[in-house]
Design a protein around this ligand. Structure first.
Ligand code: BG6
Length: 499
């Protein structure tokens, strides 16, 4: 893999959780793989007063205790800064100059906004005010963390604000799902094989199902989550991006604009769920108190930071269509939730049944349609389920599994999403970052649902016991079928399942 040119990564909001939990470990991983630029530094910036040494210690909290960390930590610096005050930025420029001289680094900068979203309108302006947005001799890029707005209007506003100071090709909107190896593999599975793509359309596919389940609740993020909910937190971004990868047409080349044009087209073809259809097509739920393995588990409304009467959804299941040539009439079902029985994300492609029941009905047809299960996490892999003859008399058919697990492919760990995405940005490759127009398009699809929920209190919020698969009514969404209830292990179905 390529090594990026010399540069400095400036993290705004560096005293926050994301920096020590995700960004620093991802950078350390790149360091171990020798994928960081030869001359490289990280400058953490936030209001908290801290020395370089204190920052190094805080940043190291989630790193292993070994020698590699000492060498890596030398690349970390910290600058306290009132980021909302434009006069403060002179300190930033001075510090960047000193670091680049000391380490012989060119003035190529990536600015990472890991701050509360209220700062997204302010920091880019302050950077521009002192010329730090100008990409000429040296590059200047800006990475923005989600949320990209909280509805269609605020997303548009955010794009306008960013584009006032940076060009679209300098803006990297990070969606960590696109950094997952298995998500990228959906493109490779589809477009590097001759066997799947001819079947990948309404002629052969009955429906597509996407589940992203989490066993954790809202943990310490009740305050944020109660104003967000699962639709904004997971569906508008991560799950819509998965839909984009599953449903897109083959891009002409694997390059940022070609790929992102195809994702945009998918979003533009989403059949709107009108406000009066929301109750029928979208189910919302909230976890309630229960006992799991003998342990009392709090309900969502009892969590810290959550309103005691909150109607925020911790579960969403929905059905929708993509109105284009390839997908005409094929229902897509997606669901996501907190405090479900296990942590699993997977896409299930259900192929149509054989047109004629040659082997009779009694045990003679595979009970399920042929399925291709693309497991995003954990036990990353792919599973194909199809009918085989049960040995013995007659022609009885049973469903069998053909499976591939990433763990069989290499002994190496699958790279983390943040590592992949940071490395791409260092190389100037925005293929796996969301583009502004598609973010707005995804909001356009979600907006009527948000509006219906906010304005029509008669649309129920179904309670589901923590540790269950969400409200029972979500089963009714799938006409004549049911969700696949996945286990921790990809192939562990139909048997005892450890959750
Ligand atoms: C984040 C959401 O974007 O994604 C969290 O804000 C969620 O609420 C997380 O838990 C899920 O990510 P992953 O990689 O654990 O599936």
């Amino acid at each position: 893999m390529k090594k990026p040119v010399n540069q400095i990564l400036i993290i705004f909001g560096a005293s926050g959780d994301l920096t020590k939990r995700k960004l620093i470990p991802a950078l350390h991983e790149l360091f171990l793989q020798n994928l960081l630029p030869s001359n490289f530094a990280v400058l953490g910036v936030s209001r908290t007063k801290m020395t370089d040494e204190e920052f190094r210690q805080q940043a190291g909290e989630f790193l292993p205790a070994d020698d590699s960390v000492r060498e890596f930590s030398n690349k970390l610096y910290y600058q306290p800064l009132m980021v909302s005050e434009k006069d403060e930025y002179i300190k930033l420029i001075d510090r960047l100059d000193t670091i680049s001289k000391k380490n012989n680094i060119d003035k190529n900068y990536i600015f990472y906004l890991s701050t509360p979203p209220s700062m997204y309108g302010i920091i880019p302006g302050n950077l521009a005010n002192c010329g730090l947005n100008i990409s000429e001799k040296y590059f200047r890029r800006i990475i923005v963390e989600k949320p990209f707005g909280t509805d269609l209007q605020s997303a548009k506003q955010l794009n306008v604000q960013l584009l006032k100071f940076f060009n679209e090709d300098q803006i990297y909107r990070i969606d960590h799902y696109l950094g997952k190896e298995t998500v990228q593999n959906m493109l490779v599975t589809r477009f590097s094989n001759g066997i799947f793509e001819p079947l990948w359309n309404h002629n052969y596919i009955d429906h597509i199902e996407i589940t992203s389940a989490e066993s954790l609740g809202v943990e310490q993020r009740g305050g944020y989550y109660d104003h967000s909910g699962a639709l904004r937190d997971m569906v508008q971004n991560h799950l819509m991006q998965l839909v984009g990868f599953i449903a897109m047409e083959p891009p002409v080349v694997v390059e940022a604009d070609a790929l992102r044009n195809e994702i945009l087209k998918v979003f533009q073809s989403l059949k709107p769920i009108k406000e009066n259809m929301v109750e029928k097509y979208v189910i919302r739920g909230q976890y309630i108190h229960s006992k799991i393995k003998g342990q009392e588990v709090l309900g969502y409304r009892e969590e810290d930071g959550v309103d005691k009467h909150s109607r925020t959804e911790t579960f969403v299941a929905m059905k929708f269509y993509i109105d284009n040539w390839r997908w005409a009439g094929v229902p897509f079902y997606i669901r996501t939730g907190k405090k479900l029985p296990t942590r699993v994300t997977e896409v299930v492609v259900h192929f149509k049944k054989a047109p004629h029941h040659l082997f009779g009905l009694e045990g003679g047809i595979a009970q399920e349609n042929n399925q291709l299960v693309i497991r995003i996490q954990p036990d990353e892999g792919i599973l194909l389920k199809f009918g085989m003859k049960t040995p013995g008399a007659g022609f009885n058919v049973q469903t069998v599994n053909m499976d591939f697990h990433y763990s069989d492919l290499s002994a190496e760990q699958i790279p983390t999403a943040y590592g992949r995405l940071l490395h791409d940005c260092m190389l100037g490759d925005a293929s796996l970052y969301a583009r502004g127009d598609s973010v707005e398009e995804a909001w356009k699809f979600i907006q009527p649902i948000l509006y219906a929920w906010e304005t029509n209190p008669s649309i129920p919020v179904f309670g589901y016991p923590a540790g269950s698969w969400g409200p029972d009514v979500s089963d009714n969404l799938i006409n004549g079928g049911q969700w696949r209830y996945p286990c921790k292990n990809l192939t562990n179905d139909g048997t005892y399942c450890e959750l």
